[in-house]
Design a protein around this ligand. Structure first.
Ligand SMILES: [Zn+2]
Length: 429
């Protein structure tokens, strides 16, 4: 999905970043199969039945022109074009696309053809039994496990993008989204909590193509050491439910999201201190400011009821949400409100309530966010209400075994990182 904010944030997100310290792949041990059987004499001395040809689609070349180059006779060419248009969109064919075909030595007729449509599909045509038969085949993939480990130097995106290891760029970006807005959405605000020296390891399962590139990957386990705290999450499925759990099998879900904006939409963090840029005087600041593009969706951090959605003086357009247990949240300087957001409306964690703007006392587009308990500012990270279901009782021992093996994998892979951290700490003394 094309996302203008992502492109934007990649440009501006320079403030924090992870440098990917190491990335390595644990391949399954190669199975030493039996040696290939010696070629049969009969085959070795028989005259070849087929001759093999290879070509690549040239820039600006049409399929018909390619077939002319293949010297296919008119009948075969039109049959081939017909089967091609039935099984693949001709517009999706790109220059450089490889074609291999085999013709009969005796008649010159087309016997077989293979065309690589994209990284994951080939078109196989068989003409050995009369009429041409075309079939689109998925490239076979095999799963393997990769461990990505590193230390925060500048930013999360930077780390994931710069890192070595065979994980495509789009997959790395998806991993950041997954970490920030799904797995740790209730525990870590990556835009504010990460500091240089924090470290991570990720165990990812990848589906690898025969050429070694990965098609997709899935985070199986992750450990994030943020400051003194080690956050862990493990992917586990039981009773048809797939989810991430902490090492004790508890849900990663809490009552409140750590940030009211999706991580990839936060362009930087303000370090305003307490000097108000418009009032030009020191002012108690009981909130968090997130810089983000005007129009960025703002989400409620927890389930609740809208208490206010109107003009609030210096706050500009402001939304206030009452949550259970005496908690409330406030979102200020909004450009506007989301549809249906009015006093009395119910929202759940993640509901879009409005859009980032610069209304009220504000010098540029940003979100001013406050979280309160009985009218006093509190840190939402300190609230422990669990809202998701834990690992079911019957699956506990299977879960514990999985946690042990994943941790061992990360421990082995994480050693270079730990070693370098120790060195840094010693030289810093
Ligand atoms: Zn503020």
């Amino acid at each position: 999905m094309a996302n203008p904010y992502r492109i934007l944030s990649l440009g501006v997100l320079g403030t924090f970043a992870l440098a990917l310290g190491s990335a390595f792949t644990l391949r399954r041990p190669k199975e030493e199969g039996p040696p290939p059987p010696p070629p049969l004499l009969a085959t070795a001395y028989a005259a070849p039945v087929e001759s093999v040809h290879r070509a690549e689609l040239r820039k600006g070349e049409t399929l018909s022109q390619l077939m002319e180059r293949m010297r296919l006779d008119g009948e075969a060419a039109s049959a081939l074009l017909a089967s091609l248009s039935a099984s693949a969109d001709p517009r999706s064919l790109r220059p450089g696309m490889a074609v291999e075909w085999r013709t009969s030595v005796k008649t010159g007729g087309l016997r077989r053809m293979r065309m690589k449509l994209d990284a994951d599909r080939t078109l196989d045509v068989d003409g050995r039994h009369g009429a041409l038969q075309a079939e689109v085949k998925e490239v076979a993939v095999r799963p393997d496990t990769a461990v990505l480990a590193g230390t925060v130097r500048r930013s999360l995106y930077q780390a994931m993008l710069d890192g070595k290891g065979d994980v495509p760029r789009a997959e790395r970006e998806r991993m950041v989204d997954l970490l920030a807005d799904r797995i740790f959405a209730y525990k870590i605000d990556f835009s504010r909590d990460l500091k240089p020296g924090d470290s991570y390891s990720i165990v990812a399962e990848r589906m690898v193509r025969p050429d070694g590139t990965a098609r997709t990957s899935r985070i199986l386990a992750v450990r994030f050491d943020v400051g003194e705290k080690s956050h862990q999450a493990f992917f586990f499925s039981a009773d048809g439910e797939e989810d991430y759990y902490d090492a004790d099998g508890e849900s990663m879900k809490r009552a409140f999201l750590r940030a009211p904006l999706e991580f990839r939409r936060i362009s930087s963090v303000f370090s305003t201190g307490r000097f108000h840029p418009i009032l030009r005087r020191m002012r108690a600041h009981h909130g968090v400011d997130y810089a983000a593009a005007s129009g960025t969706p703002v989400r409620a951090v927890g389930d609740g009821v809208i208490r206010k959605a109107s003009w609030g003086g210096g706050y500009g357009n402001v939304v206030e949400v009452s949550h259970r247990g005496g908690y409330s949240s406030r979102y200020a300087h909004l450009r506007g409100y989301a549809q249906g957001i009015r006093p009395g409306a119910r929202v759940t964690a993640g509901t879009v309530i409005g859009y980032v703007g610069s209304t009220g006392m504000s010098t540029g587009p940003h979100l001013h966010y406050e979280f309160h308990m009985a009218g006093r500012p509190v840190n939402p990270a300190s609230i422990k209400h669990l809202t998701g279901a834990p690992v079911p009782g019957g699956a506990r021992s299977r879960f514990r075994a999985l946690v042990r093996s994943r941790l061992a994998l990360m421990e082995r892979a994480g050693q270079p990182t730990l070693a370098s951290r120790t060195t840094t700490a010693r030289t810093g003394e």
